[in-house]
Design a protein. Structure first.
Ligand code: UDP
Length: 470
């Protein structure tokens, strides 16, 4: 990559305040800062600590801290979707849209204003903002490119997609996928005609399509056909696949997560387990299971007979915490020695890279997917909501690096069957495991010098440099 210094290329980065969206954009920002792009990151006050790692690595990065705009559906003091769950996305998108005027004010008084905005795809209103400022907007897709393609299609063909009964056939997309209505991206399904918040979200999503460029947290070997689909559909080549971004961030094992007291215990426990023997079970940062699901999973893990590490999130269960406790009480004793239940937050990236871990029972959130790939472990998918059904289809059907063990937010799996599927992890799934290991190598290759993601990143930087104000 060229190392010529050009401090005049100034970019405004606007992350969307949800863990899964924010960290990947900060990883990208780290790469841009390494290339001497001048950067300002817009955040609201309570999200400022999430930038600590990045700003410590690059003291030159500026922050634009603006108050979180009030919204009737967002409790006062809440500034991150994590605090309210995915149902908070619609009001968050609309609330953040109110930042336009303060941004314009900041821009007009800046001695070296930005030439581009890079913002999350949940912030499509920034296309209009960029127009007003006469600069470009780059659409950052923090999730998969299959999802990006499908999401873009859905919003731009809303009537036909919504009127398909039961299942929707996407003949224009690569491999003509078919999805049940309830498996389409949640952000699309939540739309209600004439509801002002929905209409704002719709306008934002459709505006995304006319962004000057797209940056996707994915890579050519993983989702090349979807990157190409986007290039063809939107009619230009400024679609950059630069992932897995977790490999090129300021610190690839600490993903801006709260430190965990149980980290040492968990890693020591894994050290004692045979290579590739452990199934790691975790459903992301914000997904509580229902009581019956917890029971079925506990029983399935018990019946499977395989070593496992199960992360149970406390403080955000769908029922009183003591009920969770009562499900797990006898269980922990019964499986002691073979299984470990970790309560709270664990260092997922380190776990997935531990040699003892051979399988990952996951909800298929995009960060977990990429981290699982980089760990070289096969995924046992249980998609529940959001983009997860689309991700699971990619992993299971397109790539063959995962199997599906359950499906749906409210589904209670059959514990016998679940136990059998998990048990097979011990000696079965030979080809799936081989392909998962191969995909790891391809992911690592993509972010090496000369790899597809580094090449795309280089192209993006060159494009940004061309935009400098003369
Ligand atoms: N994560 C973690 N420890 C936990 C739970 C989650 O480090 O105990 C991290 C995980 O590594 C990933 C993120 O939280 O980076 C979850 O993101 P994902 O997109 O998989 O799911 P979401 O939480 O957005 O549903």
């Amino acid at each position: 990559m060229s190392s010529s210094v050009n401090n005049r290329t100034h970019v405004l980065v606007i992350p969307y305040p949800a863990q899964g969206h924010m960290l990947a954009l900060l990883d990208l920002t780290h790469q841009l800062a390494l290339q001497n792009i001048t950067i300002t990151i817009l955040v609201t006050p309570k999200n400022l600590p999430i930038l600590t790692l990045l700003v410590n690595a690059h003291p030159a990065i500026q922050t634009l801290v603006l108050p979180f705009p009030s919204h009737p559906s967002i409790p006062a003091g809440v500034e991150n979707v994590r605090e309210v769950g995915n149902s908070g996305n619609y009001p968050f998108i609309q609330a953040l849209g109110q930042l336009c005027d303060p941004i314009i004010h900041w821009f007009r008084s800046h001695p070296n204003p930005p030439v581009a905005i890079i913002s999350d795809f949940f912030l499509g209103w920034t296309v209009h903002l960029a127009h007003q400022l006469n600069i470009i907007r780059i659409n950052f897709y923090s999730v998969g490119t299959f999802l990006a393609s499908l999401n873009d299609y859905c919003w731009n063909h809303m009537d036909s997609v919504r009127s398909s009964l039961g299942v929707v056939e996407f003949h224009n997309l690569p491999r003509s996928p078919v999805f049940k209505q309830e498996h389409l991206p949640s952000v699309f399904r939540r739309y209600k005609e004439s509801d002002p918040v929905s209409e704002f979200v719709k306008d934002s999503m459709i505006a995304n399509t006319s962004s000057w460029g797209w940056v996707c947290n994915s890579f050519e070997v993983l989702e090349g056909e979807y990157l190409d689909y986007l290039r063809t559909t939107i009619g230009h080549d400024r679609v950059f696949g630069v992932g897995p971004l977790n490999l090129v961030g300021p610190e690839s094992t600490n993903r801006g997560n709260p430190s965990s007291d149980s980290s040492d215990d968990v890693m020591k426990w894994l050290d004692e387990c045979p290579v590739g023997s452990v199934v790691y079970v975790c459903f992301g940062s914000q997904k509580p299971l229902q009581r019956q699901q917890t029971e079925a999973l506990a029983l399935g893990l018990e019946k499977s007979g395989v070593p496992f590490l199960w992360v149970v999130k406390s403080g955000m269960t769908r029922q009183a915490e003591d009920e969770y406790g009562s499900v797990l009480n006898g269980f922990e004793e019964r499986v002691s020695g073979r299984g470990l239940v970790a309560k709270g937050w664990v260092p997922q990236v380190s776990i997935l890279n531990h040699k003892a871990v051979g399988g990952f029972l996951s909800h298929c959130g995009w960060n977990s997917v990429l981290e699982g790939i980089v760990g070289g472990v096969m995924i046992l998918g249980w998609p529940m909501e959001a983009d997860q059904f689309v991700n699971a289809k990619l992993l299971v059907e397109d790539l063959g690096i995962a199997v599906r063990v359950c499906e749906g937010d409210d589904t209670v799996p059959d514990s016998e069957e679940l136990g059998r599927v998990i048990a097979e992890c011990r000696n079965g799934y030979g080809e799936v495991k081989v392909r998962a290991k191969e995909m790891k190598e391809k992911a690592l290759a993509a972010v090496r010098n000369g790899g597809s993601s580094m090449t795309d990143l280089d192209k993006l930087v060159q494009e940004l440099r061309k935009l400098q104000v003369n």
